[in-house]
Design a protein around this ligand. Structure first.
Ligand code: AMP
Ligand code: MG
Length: 401
């Protein structure tokens, strides 16, 4: 019996994908090249941060208790005991009723436990009038307050943002262990396909999927290896896929994933390795294949670009994230109110394209072969398999493209 008839749920398909996902190896990169890479392991601070108690403003270091009740009308008077120079500890200790000027980032002198901002003080000769009370620790960053030596500053599995890069610098991590970027082979199949730089003759179609799939792969932090267009010819397909298997960490093949005579992707995957899933209860995107050859995952995507994209989003994204070692979900969601009913069949997870304007999501019901809905939509709404549809006015989460 054909496996194709045995549709599996989206969650089952994801589980199958998880089972064949292998995280790529680790490579060290200089900190300056670590942006958007996935951290392979937890990074610990090699020093205490900050390494000294410091002021976060320009002002006068004081004992907070001495400022109690200070105001514009009734300032407290402090004895000025000199200034702290940047990067140098003060030789003096702040005693009751005394203050020492300290610049932003300067070491807080011993005895002081707060800083009065310069805006709230007035120096007159050897005295300083304090016009505002400060609390213990105000305008001060204490020794160790940020991170202690040995603390995890950044967790493995995170895709590094500019903020993370800064924290890694503070923690002394200059060679960053990151997961090697997965190499993903991309094959388009179909006798009708021509490269985008050619003008299509009747019956011909420009290869959209190589570009869509390749860009998606790149967006997910992986390296696309474009293997071009392959005719609907079993030998040609077999040799292209097997070359992909030897050169890549995963191979994505679009078109020919259904059960027509020309649809030979499942047969070729079966010959070279194993077909695990043929057909997913998802719309659009039903004719999807999940398979493997050795340790290399092979995915057969539907030919319709819009359908292929939904499968990239719902299934392949998890494969790429897993191979990249990324543990968080990088999907972007916005809340909206549904502006129109969405009918849906039970037992199938539907992805309906919507345009969101002023917080209202309007479904765009296009045929899956249409490309215009891909550019006119903001994203998609997922209608769970157990749902029979969503009613106007429902609050929904839109997966933003
Ligand atoms: P298939 O899944 O091979 O039967 O293809 C389904 C539909 O998607 C057909 O109309 C194909 O012409 C179209 N199609 C398949 N592959 C691509 C591609 N790479 N770019 C654009 N359209 C495609
Ligand atoms: Mg085809």
């Amino acid at each position: 019996m054909s496996l194709f008839l045995q549709l599996v749920s989206v969650s089952k398909a994801r589980e199958e994908v998880r089972n064949i996902t292998v995280r790529c190896g680790v490579e060290p990169v200089p900190l300056a090249e670590a942006l958007h890479r996935v951290l392979a392991e937890d990074i610990h601070a090699d020093v205490d941060i900050p390494g000294f108690t410091r002021s976060v403003v320009d002002g006068f270091a004081v004992r907070a208790a001495d400022t109690t009740g200070s105001s514009d009308t009734i300032p407290s008077i402090f004895t000025y005991k000199g200034k702290v120079l940047m990067g140098t500890p003060s030789g003096n200790r702040v005693k009751p009723g005394e203050c020492i000027y300290v610049p932003t980032g300067g070491i807080l002198p011993d005895g002081a436990d707060a800083v009065v901002m310069i805006e709230h003080a007035e120096q007159i000769g050897g005295e300083v009038l304090v016009k505002k009370a400060v609390a213990y620790g105000e305008n001060v960053l204490f020794y160790n307050e940020d991170f202690s030596r040995g603390d995890v500053v950044c967790t493995g599995g995170k895709r590094l943002s500019p903020r993370d890069i800064g924290v890694l610098a503070a923690a002394g991590c200059t060679r960053v262990p990151v997961v090697r970027k997965p190499k993903v082979g991309i094959i388009s199949t179909g006798n009708e396909l021509i490269p985008p730089d050619k003008k299509p003759l009747p019956g011909q179609v420009r290869d959209v999927n190589s570009c869509v799939v390749g860009s998606f792969v790149q967006e997910q932090g992986c390296i696309p290896l474009f293997r071009g267009i392959v005719r609907d010819d079993r030998d040609a397909l077999r040799s292209s896929v097997s070359r992909g298997v030897s050169e890549c960490d995963a191979v994505l093949i679009s078109g020919g994933s259904s059960k027509d005579d020309r649809d030979m992707v499942a047969a070729v995957i079966g010959e070279l390795g194993e077909v695990l899933v043929h057909g997913i209860a998802i719309s659009p995107g039903k004719p999807t294949i999940i398979g493997k050859c050795g340790s290399v995952p092979l995915i057969g995507l539907p030919g319709h670009p819009a359908s292929a994209y939904i499968v990239l989003l719902a299934i392949v994204r998890h494969l790429l994230a897993g191979m990249s070692g990324e543990t968080g979900d990088n999907i972007r969601l916005v809340q909206a109110t549904l502006g129109q009913n969405i009918p849906s069949s039970k037992g199938r997870e539907d992805y309906v394209r919507v345009a969101v304007r002023d917080g209202i999501a309007i479904p765009i019901f296009g045929k899956s072969g249409l490309l215009n809905t891909l550019v006119q939509s903001t994203g998609v709404i997922r209608v769970p398999a157990e749902s029979e549809g969503l009613e106007t006015g429902t609050r929904v989460e839109v997966i933003v493209w």
